[in-house]
Design a binder for this molecule. Structure first.
Ligand code: NAD
Length: 486
């Protein structure tokens, strides 16, 4: 597939039909989609009106009535077919993703193919939603635990991984027998729509998966309290997550929240410093740092500190930044101008408070949302970069002297999503894993986010899991039945 894939006018998918938004006050609404590498408008995405949301709700209610009774083996076959379709189409879909989101094409391919694996895994898991029998105290009594799908799910997914953030929610929901209204990312809609198309073309019945776009706050305010919706799943910032969780709580709706993080990456004095530099510089600039589990607070033991800073800075200078469609580009533009502004503000704040800039620190050129991979040291404790999720290619490096101090620093922030450590001591690795407050811990490598392992945070990073067997829990109700035979 060439890079000349043409970017579509992205539509809504409601009740088994692709369509534009219906009229809002006289004209169907839409918004342009911008290529972040060129700032050119490459397409549009339709906005759902209130009438479209009502249509999606009615379709999902009807879809759920069918899908919940579709035998799990049948659901499995359809889901496996969707995964195959995604693989067959992955080259074109990945190109759309790079055009709309900016990430280098190899990363877009990896995301698309990994998403097919996620569908496969949840398809299998859907066949294993076993209930159980509990031995009764009295003769003739049968005590049973059933697992039933929760119902219609409203899922809200962001722009950083346009397919991957959606596929986890939609696949777990479908595997459990739920129907979904997916509110996809308006800034990166086409690849997300291709995921929904793969499901539709694989034979998911009309109404079971619906896709809408629009003004996020208007859609969430309408869908979350709506009586048809029984479960909310959101991925995005902690600020928005708290608002949506509060709204869901007011209506007693079940919620999964996958929110921000500020992952400590600790290099202990016994670590192999070259390995740490290689793996951390690889992980940090993936998706230009716009990753909720990105390593973001680098904490290096003072014995290795200057070697690490020098080696890491050299590695960073070798990161080729450019249009993600070009060969050899390691880091694309940021996904939107808000991120560039955020990087400029975080850097300016750190420098104003006395930080040292080792490389980067500025926007690249005046077209496209490019920002230099940036390394800062000598940071004041109140530098914003040490306290707010950067969601971009800035690396603050600090030194530490004791394990006690570094664990306290790792746990200092309200976030608790991912944490990384490099050490050759298994005792230290165990201690880090036990004492660091985080939903996910990865030691001596970056091994998070596979379909079969739990994925989720604690503290302000949210709750619930989007991977592993735990992910299915979010989409099932437990029903206890006790029956005395008569
Ligand atoms: P934002 O907080 O405005 O939006 C984040 C996401 O939430 C977007 O997808 C947006 O469409 C959605 N959203 C916003 N308000 C909403 C509402 N009222 N109802 C439903 N959805 C809503 O910020 P942004 O500029 O798009 O992203 C910046 C911040 O968001 C980052 O700093 C990062 O913390 C967070 N973020 C996290 C993830 C993640 O993977 N956890 C992904 C994207 C963004």
């Amino acid at each position: 597939m060439s890079h000349s894939v043409s970017y579509p006018e992205v539509q809504l998918y409601i009740d088994g039909k692709w369509r534009g938004g219906s009229e809002h006050g006289g004209a169907p609404a839409s918004q342009p989609v911008i290529n972040p590498a060129t700032e050119e408008a490459i397409g549009t995405v339709a906005h759902a009106s209130r009438a479209d949301l009502d249509a999606a709700l009615a379709a999902a209610e009807k879809g759920f009535a069918t899908w919940r009774h579709t035998p799990p083996h049948e659901r499995y076959k359809i889901m496996r077919k969707a995964a195959e379709i995604l693989r067959e189409r992955h080259e074109a879909i990945s190109t759309l993703m790079t055009l709309e989101q900016g990430k280098p094409l190899p990363e877009a391919r990896m995301e698309t193919l990994a998403s097919a694996d996620i569908i496969d895994w949840f398809a299998e898991e859907g066949r294993r939603q076993y209930g159980r029998l509990i031995p009764a105290r009295a003769a003739g009594v049968q005590q049973m635990v059933h697992r039933e799908p929760v119902g219609v799910v409203a899922a809200f997914t962001p722009w950083n991984f346009p397919i991957n953030q959606a596929v986890r929610k939609v696949s777990a929901a479908l595997a459990a027998g739920c129907a979904v209204i997916l509110k996809g990312p308006e800034e990166t809609p086409a690849s997300c729509a291709e995921l929904v198309r793969a499901y539709a073309d694989a034979g998911v019945p009309a109404g079971v998966v619906n896709l809408v776009f629009g003004v996020p706050a208007e859609i969430s305010q309408y869908l979350i309290p709506h009586p048809v919706v029984k479960k909310i799943s959101f991925t995005g910032s902690t600020v928005v997550g708290k608002q949506l969780a509060a709204l869901a709580g007011a209506h007693m709706k079940r919620v999964t929240m996958e929110l921000g993080g500020h992952a400590p990456a600790v290099v202990f004095e016994d670590a192999d410093v070259e390995v740490a530099i290689k793996l951390l510089s690889g992980a940090k600039f993936r998706n230009a740092g716009q990753v909720c589990v990105s390593p973001t607070r680098f904490l290096v033991h003072e014995d290795l500190y200057s070697r690490f800073v020098d080696g890491f800075t050299e590695a960073v200078k070798g990161v080729k930044v450019g249009n993600g469609l070009e060969d050899g580009v390691r880091m694309g533009p940021l996904a939107n101008p808000r991120r560039v502004e955020a990087m400029e503000a975080l850097t300016a704040d750190a420098l104003a408070k006395g930080a040292t800039l080792h490389t980067g620190g500025a926007r690249i050129g005046n077209k496209g949302y490019f920002f230099e991979p940036t390394v800062l040291t000598g940071l004041a404790a109140d530098a914003r970069i040490l306290n707010e999720e950067p969601f971009g290619p800035i690396v603050p490096i600090q030194s530490f002297t004791s394990t006690e101090a570094v664990i306290a620093e790792a746990n200092r922030l309200p976030y608790g999503l991912a944490a990384y450590a490099y050490t050759t001591s298994s005792a230290r690795a165990d201690e880090f894993a036990r004492r660091v407050e985080s939903g996910m811990i990865s030691i001596n490598h970056h091994g998070l986010a596979l379909p079969e392992v739990p994925f989720g945070g604690i503290k302000d990073s949210g709750y619930g899991s989007e991977g592993g067997t735990e992910a299915m829990e979010a989409y099932v109700n437990t029903k206890f039945v006790t029956q005395l035979g008569v």
